[in-house]
Design a protein around this ligand. Structure first.
Ligand code: C2E
Ligand code: CA
Ligand code: CA
Length: 720
């Protein structure tokens, strides 16, 4: 057959870069050139005896075959298709195939009928690379259209950076259709709300061709606001010029709402909705800073107020009446003050007022007198309503240069303490009166000194001791214990068994906590090893970490050392760190936690919901567990708002792949509600109180049983 091909053509056939084949009318290759054999991985002569459909992907073979028949029938002069070839060693090659027919006389005979077909010529180009690129592009395009986030592409070369593309996610989030927005600058999304600091950052980043992420308010077509966590990045051409900007719109409104709610809660007293101690101290700090440099003299005053008969009201008329009294009292205090003054409920029946721009102690005293006047009218409370009278004892501190100098680094807290001392003085003088702070009120200072000495002696091992109690964390599904939290108590010869609330905050102020925390860690690890030796299943022991410990550079080394000493595996230990601590100095904490994480210990965020939550930040922390603060569990089953918040937190945690432990579960109802909402783990008096180690004894592997005859033991869930 080749003999029929004239020499130059034969050379071309042999050397061509494209694959070529001469195929007989039945579809058997008569000749194939080296290029084609190379593409398909066959040696010379190996294709002989095969029909072309033998090396064609079955899905393409039918089309190929029917086109070939049409060619032979004279219905077409040639055909082209893109098809998959099967290689000899397996695998596919995408080829672009052109097949034409060679006839006895080329062209048509004189009578117009075509000449008799002799054979077909097939040309094959390898287009695998292009096909793969196309496939990838198609995939990417599908991903972009389908993604939940909104995507905006703008033309950076045109004057006003107009939008050239938006995806469906954008249309869904904003309510605008692609036609409505293409050609416009994306700033219409901000409506008139241009005065947002993060927008300036965005524009700066765009000007400087930097990638940027941040959050700002945007508006939907219907005018509704939404929070956009936006990411923008420049796209360059080959010469390094920015040709496009790609923006990713992430609607985080729900998350932001929850964050705001949590922040509000963290800073306010739920009963009266007044600022709490944290916010008060913060505002006082700001007031002091504003007045720094001598301008403060006598202009800032703090009033510390305490109800004289609150315990009596609570005990005789019940908690509900007590609560109502606090709410109404808060209202009356407000009436006496100017809008700029801050009133705070510090806790229980203690309130504090921050007065700014007063003229001196006389004015502060007048405010206290007006407050006392306000209480002369009794409150009407209860069902049926009855008169309830109450009085306040008030302590006043006016910030003078001397007082400012005497108060330490912790100015605001010290001032609050001075006002508190003055309030005690007022009580001592017979209640229902006020006293102004003078430097000599050092009763509390002495008490602190004594506490400091006692605690140091215990930590030294001279007298008293630290005892670690353990509270089970329980699987709500199985009722089995899945963890134990180590909670320290102080056995002091002078004071008896002291609860952490009475010495941990103090230990933190005086840095004793670092040494104390280390002792707790060692004790807990030794105990965990002992339980392990007794055959207790893999139940981790969780230890609380204070912010000062977290800041200790050698904490990771300490943890590793204690693990090595006790021969415990890292996953038998968990560390709990409160949310407020984690929010304090952001970036550093990530590195600190990464270090701990790399040892292999588990990490939990404690008291979640009481700090200033930022979920964007939280997402970056390498933690595995989130402990939902007791204050949220408290209202479950009673307060619909709490149910909503708990459910939102659980949803968020699921999204962030965090396990949630509900703290402070006390009732059946809370448990039922938590299960209903999909919470998996709980801790609280409902299951067990914190118990001494000896009351927690070993049962089946993975299970824990308490020694039920022990006086301070409580039955664990799941135990008969
Ligand atoms: P926390 O870490 O939030 O520990 C939980 C506290 O809630 C414990 O109080 C526990 O007894 C209490 N609790 C558990 N279930 C319930 C419940 O159902 N209802 C109520 N009302 N309370 C419940 P505890 O033992 O008095 O500890 C208080 C705090 O002291 C701890 O709060 C923790 O922040 C701190 N603390 C305790 N031990 C240590 C320690 O070794 N190191 C550090 N840095 N802090 C510790
Ligand atoms: Ca804890
Ligand atoms: Ca907690």
């Amino acid at each position: 057959m080749l003999g029929r091909i004239v020499e130059p053509f034969r050379k071309a056939f042999e050397r061509a870069a494209v694959g070529m084949a001469l195929v007989d009318l039945e579809g058997y290759p008569l000749e194939t050139n080296p290029a084609l054999r190379e593409m398909l991985g066959y040696g010379a002569g190996e294709l002989r005896g095969m029909v072309f459909t033998d090396f064609t992907h079955p899905e393409d073979a039918t089309v190929d075959m029917s086109l070939y028949r049409e060619l032979l029938a004279g219905e077409r002069e040639y055909y082209q298709m893109e098809k998959r070839f099967l290689k000899k060693e397996g695998g596919l090659m995408w080829g672009r195939l052109t097949v034409s027919l060679v006839r006895e006389e080329s062209g048509f005979r004189e009578d117009g009928s075509p000449g008799r077909p002799l054979f077909a010529v097939g040309l094959v180009e390898d287009i695998t690379a292009r096909k793969e690129a196309e496939e990838e592009l198609r995939l990417r395009e599908r991903a972009i259209t389908a993604t939940h986030n909104g995507i905006i592409v703008t033309d950076a070369r045109a004057g006003d950076d107009p939008i050239v593309y938006v995806n469906r996610g954008f249309e869904r989030i904003t309510g605008y259709s692609a036609e409505e927005v293409v050609g416009h600058n994306a700033r219409f999304l901000q409506g008139g709300d241009r005065d947002q600091p993060s927008l300036d950052e965005l524009h700066k980043a765009i000007r400087e061709n930097r990638e940027w992420s941040g959050m700002f308010r945007n508006y939907r077509k219907d005018g509704a606001v939404f929070w956009n966590e936006h990411n923008v990045s420049p796209v360059y051409d080959e010469e390094g010029r920015v040709v496009n900007h790609i923006g990713v719109v992430n609607d985080v409104t729900e998350r932001k709402k929850l964050e705001d709610q949590l922040t509000h809660r963290a800073l306010h007293d739920p009963l009266t909705n007044l600022p709490n101690r944290v916010l008060f101290v913060d505002r006082l700090g700001q007031a002091l800073a504003r007045g720094a440099g001598g301008r403060l003299d006598g202009r800032v005053a703090v009033l510390f107020m305490d109800l004289d008969n609150f315990k009596y009201v609570n005990d005789s008329l019940g908690h509900e009446v007590g609560d109502r009294l606090l709410v109404k009292l808060a209202g009356r205090i407000r009436e006496v003050l100017r809008p700029a003054d801050t009133v705070s409920r510090l806790g229980g029946d203690e309130f504090a007022v921050l007065l700014e721009e007063v003229s001196g102690s006389e004015e502060a005293i007048r405010v206290a007198e007006r407050m006392a006047d306000k209480l002369k009218t009794p409150f009407m409370l209860g069902e049926p309503p009855q008169e309830v009278s109450t009085t306040l004892s008030m302590g006043i501190v006016v910030v003078t240069p001397e007082i400012e100098a005497a108060s330490g680094d912790d100015g605001p807290r010290d001032l609050l303490r001075y006002a508190d001392l003055a309030m005690y003085e007022a009580k001592r003088q017979g209640r229902s009166r006020h006293a102004v702070y003078e430097g000599s009120m050092s009763r509390k200072a002495e008490a602190r000194l004594a506490l400091d000495g006692d605690l140091r002696r215990t930590i030294d091992g001279t007298e008293g001791r630290l005892r670690v109690y353990y509270q089970p964390q329980v699987s709500l599904e199985s009722g089995l214990t899945v963890g134990l939290e180590a909670l320290v108590r102080w056995e002091s010869p002078e004071r008896g068994l002291v609860m952490p609330g009475a010495f941990i905050p103090f230990a933190e102020e005086t840095s004793l906590i670092v040494e104390l925390g280390e002792q707790v860690l060692r004790q807990a690890c030794r105990q965990a090893r002992e339980w392990r030796r007794q055959g207790l299943g893999p139940v981790p022991v969780w230890v609380n970490l204070s912010s000062l410990q977290l800041r200790e550079p050698n904490l990771p080394a300490l943890v590793s050392e204690v693990l090595r000493e006790t021969g415990l595996s890292a996953e038998s230990i968990g560390l709990e760190i409160t949310e407020s601590v984690l929010m304090e100095d952001g970036a550093d904490n990530i590195a600190r936690l990464e270090k701990l994480k790399s040892i292999g210990v588990k990490l939990a965020i404690d008291d979640f919901g009481t700090g200033y939550s930022s979920f964007s930040y939280l997402k970056r922390l390498p933690v595995d567990y989130l402990k939902m603060d007791r204050s949220f569990i408290d209202g479950l089953g009673r307060d619909a708002a709490d149910t909503t918040i708990v459910s939102a937190i659980l949803g968020l945690a699921r999204g962030m792949k965090l396990e949630v432990i509900a703290e402070g579960v006390e009732t059946d109802r809370q448990l039922a509600e938590l299960k209903e909402l999909g919470c998996k783990m709980g801790q609280g008096y409902y299951f067990a109180r914190p118990l001494p180690a000896r009351s927690i004894s070993v049962g089946l592997p993975g299970d824990l049983r308490t020694n039920l005859d022990h006086p301070d033991s409580y039955p664990l869930a799941g135990v008969e």
